[in-house]
Design a protein around this ligand. Structure first.
Ligand code: FES
Length: 340
C-alpha cells in the first residue's frame, strides 16, 4: 500500500481497542528527504532507540497521526537496518487529511505511533525472473523490492510510470540503472500512459509480475495478465478495487455472526459492517484501513459463505472462503462463523 489517503479513506477512525493499542510502537521522525514533487521519504525510529520489528519487501505499516487519522504506508527500504523504517508519502490532491497533514505539518523530531509491519504483497525473491510495475507513489513497495533483488543479484526489470519527470521518486538513481533493468515512462513526454498490454506481452512465461499504482494502472495490469497463472501475478491496491464497496453501496448486513471461540452471536443489521458491530460490542478486533485494502482485520472462517469486497485477497483466495476481511464483507448465508 504505497500510500492510502484518498477520498475513500475514512476521515477518522474510532479509538483502537486496548489490546490493539498495546501493540503500537512509540516512534519519532528522524529525517525527512524530498524525493519528488510533493513527495518525501520519512525515516522513523523507535523513541526508546531499540530495534524495530523485521519485515520483508512489500510490507507496510500504519501511521497513527496526531490528528487522529490512521493511514497505511509501504516501507521503501529493505530491512538491512532494523533501527529505522522509511516510508514514502506523496501529498494526495484528494487527501482527507492524512498525506496533506504529514507533508505540511510533520517535522523532524515529531513523535508518532506506528504499527508493526504487515505484508499483503510479499516478494518471491527466488523467482527466476521478476518484472515490477509501479505508478506514481506506488513505487514505494516496488523500490524496496528493486533494492532487494539487486542485492541478491536476481534477474528483474522495472517499469515505472509517472505524469512527469518531476513526479518520479528516486529518478536520478534509477536513470543510472542499466537500460535492461528499467523502463521509465513519463506521460507528458510520451503523449499518454504506459502501454501495459505491450509491456506485459514481452515478458517471458514463468516470470513473477508485480504491480502497485493507481487503480486505472492496476486494472490495465490485471487485464494484460489475465491469461497468466494466478500464482505469478501480484497486485497491491491502495484504494479499493470494488467500487460499490468504496462508495459504501455494497450490501453488508442482514445476517448473524457467531464467534466460535467465545460462542457469542451478533446480528449484523443492514448498513453495518461486522467490524463495527463487534467493535461496538467491545470485542477485541484489529483493524486499520476499514476499506479492505490493508489486511489488518483478516479473520478465518469456520463456516458460512461470505461476500467478499476486499482488495487484499486474490480471486482464488476469495473463492476458497477460508478467510475474510470483516471491515467490508457481506454474507451469502444466514450465519457466518468466525475463528475468534
Ligand atoms: S481494516 Fe484494512 S482490510 Fe479491514
Amino acid at each position: 500500500m504505497a500510500s492510502m489517503d484518498t477520498v475513500t479513506a475514512p476521515a477518522a477512525a474510532p479509538p483502537l481497542t486496548a489490546a490493539a493499542a498495546a501493540h503500537l510502537i512509540e516512534a519519532k521522525i528522524t529525517a525527512i528527504t524530498p524525493v519528488a514533487r510533493d513527495t518525501n521519504v520519512y525515516t522513523l525510529q523507535r523513541a526508546d532507540g531499540a530495534a524495530l520489528p523485521a519485515y520483508k519487501p512489500g510490507a507496510h505499516i500504519d501511521l497513527h497521526l496526531p490528528n487522529g487519522l490512521i493511514r497505511q504506508f509501504s516501507l521503501a527500504a529493505p530491512n538491512g537496518d532494523p533501527q529505522s523504517y522509511r516510508v514514502g508519502v506523496k501529498r494526495d490532491e484528494n487527501s482527507r487529511g492524512g498525506s496533506r497533514y504529514i507533508v505540511e505539518q510533520m517535522k523532524v523530531g515529531d513523535a508518532i505511533k506506528i504499527s508493526a509491519p504487515r505484508n499483503t504483497f510479499p516478494l518471491v525473491a527466488d523467482a527466476d525472473h521478476v518484472v515490477l510495475f509501479a505508478g506514481g507513489i506506488g513505487i514505494t513497495p516496488i523500490w524496496c523490492m528493486v533494492q532487494e533483488l539487486k542485492t541478491l543479484g536476481r534477474s528483474f526489470k522495472l517499469y515505472y510510470a509517472c505524469r512527469s519527470r518531476a513526479d518520479m521518486a528516486f529518478v536520478e538513481e534509477l536513470e543510472k540503472f542499466d537500460l535492461n533493468l528499467r523502463h521509465l515512462h513519463f506521460d507528458d513526454t510520451a503523449g499518454g500512459v504506459l502501454d501495459m498490454a505491450a509491456a506485459v506481452a514481452e515478458i517471458p512465461a514463468g516470470a513473477h509480475l508485480y504491480c502497485c499504482g493507481p487503480n486505472p494502472m492496476l486494472k490495465a495490469f490485471e487485464a494484460a495478465t489475465a491469461s497468466r497463472p494466478r500464482n505469478l501475478v501480484h497486485v497491491e491496491y491502495f484504494t479499493p478495487k470494488d467500487e460499490a464497496a468504496a462508495a459504501g453501496e455494497a450490501k453488508l448486513g442482514g445476517f448473524w455472526v457467531e464467534l466460535a471461540r467465545s460462542g457469542e452471536e451478533y446480528f449484523i443489521p443492514e448498513g453495518k459492517k461486522i467490524l463495527e458491530v463487534l467493535y461496538e460490542a467491545g470485542v477485541d478486533v484489529d483493524y486499520s484501513c476499514e476499506l479492505g485494502i490493508c489486511g489488518a482485520c483478516e479473520t478465518k472462517i469456520i463456516s458460512g459463505i461470505p461476500e467478499h469486497h476486499d482488495s487484499v485477497l486474490s480471486e482464488e483466495e476469495q473463492a476458497t472462503n477460508e478467510k475474510v476481511m470483516i471491515c467490508c464483507c457481506g454474507c451469502k448465508t444466514e450465519r457466518l462463523v468466525l475463528d475468534m
